[in-house]
Write a protein that binds this ligand. Sequence first.
Ligand SMILES: Cc1cc2nc3c(=O)[nH]c(=O)nc-3n(C[C@H](O)[C@H](O)[C@H](O)COP(=O)(O)OP(=O)(O)OC[C@H]3O[C@@H](n4cnc5c(N)ncnc54)[C@H](O)[C@@H]3O)c2cc1C
Ligand code: SF4
Length: 505
Amino acid sequence: MNKIFKDLSKKHPDEFFIDENIRICYSFDTSFNYSIPSAVFIPKEKNKMIDVVSLLLEKGIPVTPRGKATGRTGGCVPHPESVVVSTERLRNKLQFLQEDEILLCEPGFTIDEINEFLKNYGYFYPPDPASSDIASIGGTVSTNAGGPKAFKYGVTINYVYGIEILIADTSVLKLGGFLKKNKLFYSLKEIFVGAEGTLGLITEIYLRVLKLPECRKNFLIEFEKREEMLDFAWKILEIRNSSLCEMMEHEGKFLLWCEFEGEKETCLKNIEKIRKEIKKIKRANFILLRSKKEEKQILSMRREYSSKVWLITGMKKGLDITVPVSRIKILFNFYEEIEKKEKIKIITYGHFGDGNIHTSIVYKKGEEKKAEKVKSEICEFVLEIGGTVTGEHGFGLKYIKYTKMFKKNYELMKKIKNILDPDDLFNRGKLDKGFDVEKYDPGDKENLCILCSLCNLHSVNYKKELREDKGTRGEIFLSKLKNHNFLSKENLKSLECCPLGYKGI
Ligand SMILES: Cc1cc2nc3c(=O)[nH]c(=O)nc-3n(C[C@H](O)[C@H](O)[C@H](O)COP(=O)(O)OP(=O)(O)OC[C@H]3O[C@@H](n4cnc5c(N)ncnc54)[C@H](O)[C@@H]3O)c2cc1C
Ligand code: SF4
C-alpha cells in the first residue's frame, strides 16, 4: 500500500499527501472524534479525482469522502486504513439552466456561494443549514441537511434533481440530471442522498432552485416565559407565509426569530397582525429588523449560537432531537423534570417549525457521567414519544448505535451497502464494524476551540490553497494535538472572527 501512496504523491505532489501533519489535519470534524487516515487526496479536478479514487478502489484501498468537515457526528472521520478524499477544491463547475430552473454544480461550493451566484438571476436554493457559509454542498447532500427554513421548504432531498456518483465497482452513475421527472427506475438517487459517504463519492449535483420572493421581513419577539414563547410560535406557524420560526434563549429571555416572505402587501399585513397579538402579552417585546445589517447580526447570532453555549460553563453534550411539532411541549416538560431531578442545566434552541430542538446538556468538570446519563435518558424518552435522536446531523459515529436499535431498517441499510460496496471501501467501519477513535479536547474557557471552522473563512492561506492543513482550524488542531504552536502569522489574524475569542495556544 505504501508504494501506491508514494507513487501517487510523486505523481500529484500538490494533491496526494502522506505527510503525518497533513493526515492529522484531515482526521476530524466538529464531533470531537478523530482518527488519522493513511493518506489524503485533495484533487483540483473532477476527472482526476475519479481516476485516482478508482485506482484506489481497484486495489481494495478504502476511501472516506470529506467535504468541509463541519459534520456534527463524525461522518467524515476516517478509518485509519483509508484515504481521505476531500472535495474542498472541486469548484470548477457552476452552471445554471434558467429556463429549467436547475443548477449543476461540483461538490466543493458552499450554499452561501451558490446563493450569491443565483442572486444575479433572481433565484435561491432553499435548504439553509446554519452552516451554509462553511459546509460544502456535497456534504449537505450526503447528510441530507436541514435548516431553519426546512418546515416551509423541506430538506435537501427535496431539492436534488440528480447526482453523479462514483461507486465501489468504479462505475460512475448519473442518477437524474436536468430533468424534473423520470420514472424509468426506482427512486435510485434518493438512496445516495443522506448516505453519508458510505455508498459512493458524489462528483456532481443537480439542484432545484426557486425564484426569490418579492419580500422578506424578519422580526424578533422576546418573551419572559418559555411557555408564552411556545404558545406564540404556533400562531406564527398558522400564518402561512412564515418561513422562519427559530427559538433561542438569551440572557434569561426566550426569543423567537421569525420571517415572513411572499408578496409585500401580505407580509406587511401579517406583521401588523403579530404586532397586535404581542401587545396582549405582558412584557413581550416585538422588534422588526429594519435593515440588512440588523438581519445579518441576528443571522450571525443564530449561526454562532451553539458555539456560544460553550462559553456558559465550558462543557456541553449536544443532541439533535426532533419530535412531532405537536409534542414539543411534552419534550420541554420532560426537560424541566430532568433538570430538577439531576440538578443539571439544559439549553435549547433550533427549529420550532419542524420540531427539531437542538438540546445542549451543560455541565461542569467532574459531571461527565451524570451528563452522559441525562443524555441517554433524553434519547430514550424522545424515541418513546415518536421522535428521533437526529433530525438533520446524521448517524455518523455518534448515533449509529441508535440506528441499530431499529433492527429491520438497519438490516435493510446493510443489505443495500453490501450490494453496492461488499468490501466496505466507502467510509469503512461506519455502518457495521466500527473502529477506534480518539477524543479531541476542546480546552477550557480561556483556551476553547470547538473546530467550527469559521476562522477558515477569514484565513488568507486557506482561501489561497483550499487545504485544511493550510487553514487556521487545521493549524489549531495540529497545535493542540502536538502541544506545539503551528499557527502561522496570517492565520493568527483570522482568529479575530472567532465567536469564542480563541487566541491560539
Ligand atoms: C455551526 C454549525 C451549524 C450547523 N448547522 C446545521 C444545520 O442547521 N442543519 C444541518 O443539517 N446541519 C448543520 N450542521 C452540521 C453540518 O454542517 C452538516 O452536516 C453539513 O451537511 C456537513 O457538510 P460538510 O461539507 O462539512 O461535510 P463533512 O462533515 O465533510 O461530511 C459529512 C458526511 O458527508 C460525507 N460526504 C461529504 N462529501 C461527500 C461527497 N462528495 N460524496 C459522498 N459523501 C460525502 C462524509 O463522508 C460524511 O459522512 C452545522 C454544523 C456547524 C459547525
Ligand atoms: S478558533 Fe474559533 S472560529 Fe476557529 S475553529 Fe476554533 S472555535 Fe471555530
